[in-house]
Write a protein that binds this ligand. Sequence first.
Ligand code: DAH
Length: 347
Amino acid sequence: MSLQEQLETLEKETLQQIDNATDLDALNQIRVQTLGKKGPITEVLRGMKDLAPEERPKVGSFANQVRDTLTQQIEEKKAVLETEALNQALAAESIDVTLPGKQIPQGTRHILNKIIEEIEDIFVGMGYQIIEGSEVEQDYYNFERMNIPKNHPARDMQDTFYISDELLIRTHTSPVQARTMETHDFSKGPLRMISPGKVFRRDTDDATHSHQFHQIEGLVVDKHITMGDLKGTLEVLMKKMFGENREVRLRPSYFPFTEPSVEADVSCFKCGGKGCNVCKNTGWIEILGSGMVHPDVLEMSGIDSREYTGFAFGLGPDRIAMLRYGVNDIRSFYLNDTRFIDQFKGE
Ligand code: DAH
């Protein structure tokens, strides 16, 4: 078979193959096999050196023509197969716009944070600053500066987690009192602050106790501050939180850092004082501890207790949230179970 005939056969066979190809892979295979460096056309062109010189241009140009025809046919078939593949993919991927969408769960504020922010708003409205204390505290500020020296029995109630002999995670927010008093510049005005935050105790966890809970510390120091100011302030707080008809009652108590010390009760917001399950039939709900800042606590912070007086209080937002939202187990706040918190969405 002459070279010319070989090329004609090759062209015919390859065109048939191209026609038969059903996918892009097969087509590519054909291209590599016929037009590639090791393919038959290259082979023919290589064999030209054995031809008579006058034959060469004829065969050469025919070989080129065959190559061009095949290249073009492959390109055309490729376009057809690509369109087919695309149409198939589109048909398979068609979107059903009537399917329901994916639900993206939306969170909500924790009720504890809601209570804390509500209390912050009330006090900011009365000119208080919000001070952030640190959860890791020195024994010195947590106890000694609050008039609870080493070996004082009041430490027993506030046993906690010690990092070293002198460093602990705070048992109450009261150390923020000492830290704020010692830096406050009274020439710029009275000291009025609240400090919300986490506190820690070695408590046995049960429905009303958790080794971690929250407190909001309050402190006002100025000239002529009296217990009347304390009671009036607590009344404003309770009326704003639990309704205009609430009353506040003070009962004598003891804290090492206040003198006199009181426990404050609010008249029951559910029964109005008649007695019910929320107030355990007493008509009153115990809400916080407070008192007049002990002169020694003022003096330890460098404040002259003959000139300045103050009141302080410490309230528990966990307890307030439990009362407000009818939560009967404090541990629910800390379980990270979204089903719990979702119940209060939109409150
Ligand atoms: N620190 C006290 C406690 O954790 C609560 C407290 C009582 C804070 C009386 C006060 C206060 O500021 O005046 O038990």
